[in-house]
Design a binder for this molecule. Structure first.
Ligand code: KPL
Length: 302
């Protein structure tokens, strides 16, 4: 059991200047939280358009990641492959009582962070909020969503009582899970279908409604159902497909993050999405040719 002393007004540190990180900073400002953005270089004010179309000029609280101000809670809304890099950078500032919150697409980082920082309270989260940063000074809240969170290790009840309401208020409604892995697997299935297919075919999410993609969507989900079952998470293939189709409809007009990564020649999160499915499948001696093919095709495009 991890027993950190509960803090009355925790100091939040949000890593990076991505769209979701920017949105969390904006919410912190509105909620009157004590927060800082940890960034690589100084930034100018941010023009935020909220979901109702109202514009706000935000001068975010900024610290250089090389010289962070003290914090209690470290939120990492960064790409999965950046998590360890950021934690290495901040290593000398991270005390065992600091709470770490992972918030990204894909799976596999929980294991990495537990190995690196075994004594820190760790939270894994996933959100369906939408935000878009067309340039460094503009942030648009594009969709209200839901947030799922769960503690990875045992922490004292007093810590939970102090921290959960603070995180819950950021991207509401928020749901706390006893075992967050099931929610992370379900989101993984959504990303394992939408992200590589939209990047490979150079299409918006909504174009996946075309019946020609249905067979591939079914196969990817069917393989994930079997891998989840082997990991102890029982879910029907129909439920995964239904979730995927719902997200395709809800985000029909968006380009997925992997579509944007490939287009902008950035590294993608494929290793933590279909790559993670393949790695888990191998451990359980399960064949996942469709997920493996998605992984290989995106690797070639990268
Ligand atoms: O999470 C997403 C992403 O683009 O990474 C989805 C849900 C697919 C929305 O585009």
């Amino acid at each position: 059991m991890l027993n950190s002393a509960p803090v009355t007004r925790p100091k939040l540190a949000i890593v990076g200047s991505g769209a979701i990180g920017g949105l969390i900073g904006f919410k912190c400002q509105q909620l009157g939280y004590d927060y800082q953005h940890l960034v690589k270089s100084q930034q100018s004010p941010l023009q935020v358009t909220d979901i109702s179309g109202v514009s706000h000029c935000l001068t975010p609280e900024i610290s250089l990641i090389s010289e962070p101000q003290p914090f209690d809670l470290l939120i990492l809304p960064v790409k999965a492959y950046q998590v360890l890099v950021v934690l290495e950078q901040l290593h000398s500032y991270i005390q065992p009582q600091h709470i770490i919150v992972l918030l990204h697409n894909g799976m596999g980082t929980v294991e990495q962070v537990r190995e690196m920082l075994p004594n820190n309270p760790l939270i894994a989260a996933t959100t369906s909020y939408g935000a878009f940063k067309p340039d460094t000074n503009t942030l648009i809240e594009t969709g209200l969503g839901q947030t799922h969170l769960g503690w990875i290790n045992d922490v004292d009840e007093s810590v939970k009582h102090a921290i959960e309401p603070i995180l819950s208020a950021l991207l509401p409604p928020s749901h706390w899970h006893q075992d967050i892995s099931l929610a992370l697997w379900k989101k993984l299935a959504v990303n394992a279908v939408i992200n590589p297919l939209t990047a490979i075919h150079n299409i918006k999410n909504g174009e996946l409604k075309n019946p020609k993609y249905q067979e591939t969507i079914n196969r990817i989900c069917e393989e994930i159902t079997r891998v989840m079952d082997a990991a102890g998470y029982s879910v029907s293939h129909a439920e995964l497909v239904k979730n995927v189709l719902q997200v395709i409809s809800a985000t029909a007009n968006n380009y997925s993050s992997m579509h944007q990564d490939i287009k902008l020649r950035r590294r993608s999160e494929i290793a933590f999405i279909n790559g993670y499915v393949s790695a888990q499948a191998t451990k359980s001696h399960i064949e996942v040719p469709y997920n493996q093919r998605m992984f290989e095709q995106i690797k070639r495009l990268e």
